[in-house]
Each structure stands twice: as structure tokens, then as C-alpha cells.
Design a binder for this molecule. Structure first.
Ligand code: PLP
Length: 395
């Protein structure tokens, strides 16, 4: 057995464990008596037009068009349609040959990490708080994962630490905005500062330092806030995208990698993605859902539902007295735990049937993450429990 894989398999993620705990509690107490904020599973259904296109495809298109293999990197017409969507929105010149269709962001990231790194000394950075699986994916590519400590002031990028940490082995930095778990969108100012720093460091070490832009929440931004298109600010950027959240299709496993032609060594990098996809067995993303994307590339699910939930939860909790990071996007609220140990706080919350995820898993102590992709009634009904929990600490 591979000991590392054995350990990974035996140590389930805390999020999965909490989700299982909540399922058990719901079976005992009833669905509506447990307030489960653990999992980022979209609560808003796919757009009605998406389901209609899917049914229409199934009824009208022959096989192997629907269920057969596409080329390893994905169907040409699908990739052309995605390129057009991005070009129309971001004033870019992407071509279909810049895209590699994948089984969601997880596959996009695994392929990109493997394509970009070669030796155990090669480093990929993430910025805390971060999506825990990055570490698993980077290490399984055989590279070194490095975490840039959080900027606790506003959860933008901690430039002092980042500048100190970059060295000759730094290959790439992952940027996740809107961010899981804080809901923060990195401002254009932060990203321009990042671009300047990476340009300087790339010159100093005489090799490109890529941004790997993990953006499954790109379409979930509130208050008309702009999510800057990073390749327009820093040319050595690769995008790892997923339709899991924007089209509510997490179980259908569909996304892409975009290697823009402008990025350094783009031809080789794209070819290395093809190679990594092949080596990992990630060729030919699900054909049926590639065709769904071709027809629905301009759609999103109804993001107003998440905006309403954001307001309900943020206003409700801050009114009670909780300190929360104001979410600008995604569907997560980062709440300061009422004691320094977020794990102990999570255990106390469980007593009131509140299921929240301690922040230690995201590389920061003293917070919990609440996924508010739930029904609004769950949020409304949970408020009494949050009040009781607060009172326990403020007797
Ligand atoms: N990246 C981030 C920040 C996520 O939150 C998730 C899933 O929740 C993923 C990547 C993986 O997404 P996918 O379901 O498309 O593999």
C-alpha cells in the first residue's frame, strides 16, 4: 500500500465528517432541527433552461455524440463557445486551442500542478485561509506546498510574508477569488500589487512565476462588485475553472483549464497539461456535460438566492454580537469563534445542532466557516440556536 494514500483515505476531511454527523443527527431529530452549514453544495438548482437543453439533447442527438469519447482535451465546438463567452466579457482573444476540458476544478488543479512542477523542491504557494485540498493536490504531484499566512486585517494578500517567502524554487501561486472560506474578493489593487511583485521576482530568478487562478466562484459576486480577470493584469496566469458552483453542477464534474497564448511558455505548458491529463487518467471530460456547456455557456444559476442568504446570515449574526468577515462573493461566511480554539467552539455549537467548520483546516486559527448555500428557512430557524450559543459565552 502507498502509506501516504492510505493515510489520506483513512483520515477523512473534517467537512465530510461533520456532514456525516449532521446526517445522523437529522435522522434522529428531524431534518429541520439540525442547522448544517458544513458543505459547499449549491442549494440553488440549475437554470431551468439548462435542464431543458439537457432533455432536448438527450431526445434529439444521436450517439456517439452524446456519450462517446471526445478528443482528450475536449470537443472543439464546446471550447469555441467557452472562448467566445470569455472574449465577450473580458475583452480577450482566447482561442479554443487554449482550453482543456476537465472534470471540474479539482481535476483542473491536479493537472496544472503536475504540468508545472518536476522536483520535490518545486514550490506551489497558496494564501491562507485556503481550500484545504490544495495541499493534497500539490503534494500528490510530488511538489512542495507552501502557505502564505493570512492578512487578518482584511483577508486580502499578506504581501510582507509573500515577498519574504518567494525564492528560486517558487513555481506558482494559487489565487482563489472570490475566496473559500472568507467570501472576500481580492481587489484590483491587491492583484496589481501581486503582479508587480511576481514580475520583479520572476526577473530576479530568471524564470516565470505563474498565477494559478482557481475560480469556481467567479460568477458569485455581490453588490455588482467586479471580479478582476487576472490574465488581463498578469500575463503568466493559468485559469482553473469549474461549473460546479456557477451552474450548480458539482456532481456532473465539468470545468476547464485555460492556458492563454500570452502566458510564458504557453505552448509547452498546454502540452504538459495534455501530458499530465493523460498521466492522471483525466482525458475526455464527460461528453454529455461538455455539450450542455456548449449550449449554456452564458447562463448562471440564480445568484440572488445566495445574496439573500448572505444578508440574512450576516445581519442576523452580527446583530447577536458575532464578528464576521463581510462576504463579497462565494457562499461562505467566516465568523470569529467565541473562544481561541475553533475546534472547541465547533463542539459547543454542535450541542445546539449548529454544524460549522473550524478554520484550522483552512490555515487560520480562531474562526469557523459557515456555508450558506442552504435554504433561507435553515438560516432563519438557526438564529435562536446561535443566540443560545452566544449566551453560553456571555453569561
Ligand atoms: N476550489 C475551491 C476553492 C473550491 O471551493 C472547490 C469546491 O468546493 C474546488 C476547487 C473543487 O471544485 P470542483 O467541484 O469543481 O472540483
Amino acid at each position: 500500500m502507498n502509506e501516504k494514500m492510505l493515510a489520506l483515505g483513512n483520515n477523512r476531511s473534517i467537512i465530510r465528517e461533520l456532514f456525516e454527523f449532521s446526517k445522523k443527527q437529522k435522522a434522529i431529530l428531524g431534518e429541520d432541527k439540525v442547522y448544517d452549514f458544513s458543505l459547499g453544495n449549491p442549494s440553488v438548482p440549475p437554470h431551468k433552461a439548462l435542464n431543458e437543453e439537457l432533455i432536448n439533447l438527450l431526445q434529439t442527438k444521436p450517439d456517439p455524440y452524446l456519450h462517446g469519447y471526445t478528443s482528450a482535451q475536449g470537443d472543439n465546438e464546446v471550447r469555441k463557445r467557452i472562448a467566445k463567452n470569455l472574449n465577450d466579457r473580458f475583452n480577450t482573444n482566447y482561442e479554443f486551442t487554449d482550453f482543456y476540458m476537465t472534470c471540474g476544478a479539482a481535476a483542473s488543479l491536479c493537472i496544472t500542478f503536475k504540468a508545472l512542477t518536476e522536483k520535490p523542491t518545486d514550490e506551489i504557494f497558496a494564501i491562507a485561509p485556503y481550500f484545504t485540498e490544495y495541499k493534497v493536490f500539490v503534494e500528490s504531484a510530488g511538489a512542495t506546498f507552501k502557505l502564505v499566512p493570512a492578512d487578518l486585517k482584511d483577508f486580502q494578500i499578506n504581501f510582507n510574508e509573500l515577498e519574504r517567502m518567494i525564492n528560486k524554487n517558487t513555481k506558482a501561486i494559487i489565487v482563489n477569488s472570490p475566496n473559500n472560506p472568507t467570501g472576500v474578493i481580492y481587489s484590483k489593487e491587491s492583484l496589481l500589487k501581486l503582479a508587480n511583485l511576481l514580475n520583479e521576482k520572476a526577473k530576479e530568478y530568471n524564470h516565470p512565476i505563474y498565477i494559478i487562478c482557481d475560480e469556481p466562484y467567479r460568477e458569485i459576486a455581490y453588490d455588482n462588485l467586479e471580479v478582476p480577470h487576472i490574465p488581463n493584469l498578469y500575463k503568466d496566469t493559468v485559469i482553473c475553472y469549474s461549473y460546479s458552483k456557477s451552474l450548480s453542477l458539482p456532481g456532473d464534474r465539468i470545468g476547464y483549464i485555460l492556458v492563454p497564448k500570452a502566458c510564458a511558455e504557453s505552448k509547452d505548458l498546454y502540452a504538459a497539461c495534455l501530458g499530465a491529463g493523460r498521466a492522471l487518467g483525466y482525458v475526455c471530460a464527460p461528453s454529455l456535460f461538455q455539450h450542455v456547456i456548449e449550449l449554456c455557456a452564458d447562463l448562471t444559476s440564480d445568484m440572488n438566492e445566495y445574496a439573500k442568504n448572505r444578508d440574512l446570515l450576516y445581519k442576523g449574526l452580527t446583530k447577536i454580537g458575532y464578528e464576521c468577515v463581510y462576504p463579497q462573493g462565494a457562499f461562505y461566511l467566516f465568523v470569529k469563534a467565541l473562544e481561541p480554539d475553533a475546534n472547541k467552539f465547533m463542539e459547543k455549537a454542535k450541542k445546539y445542532n449548529l454544524i460549522v467548520v473550524p478554520s484550522d483546516n483552512f490555515g487560520v486559527t480562531g474562526y469557523v466557516r459557515l456555508a450558506y448555500c442552504v435554504s433561507s428557512s435553515t438560516i432563519i430557524n438557526s438564529m435562536e440556536a446561535f443566540k443560545k450559543l452566544y449566551k453560553e459565552y456571555n453569561k
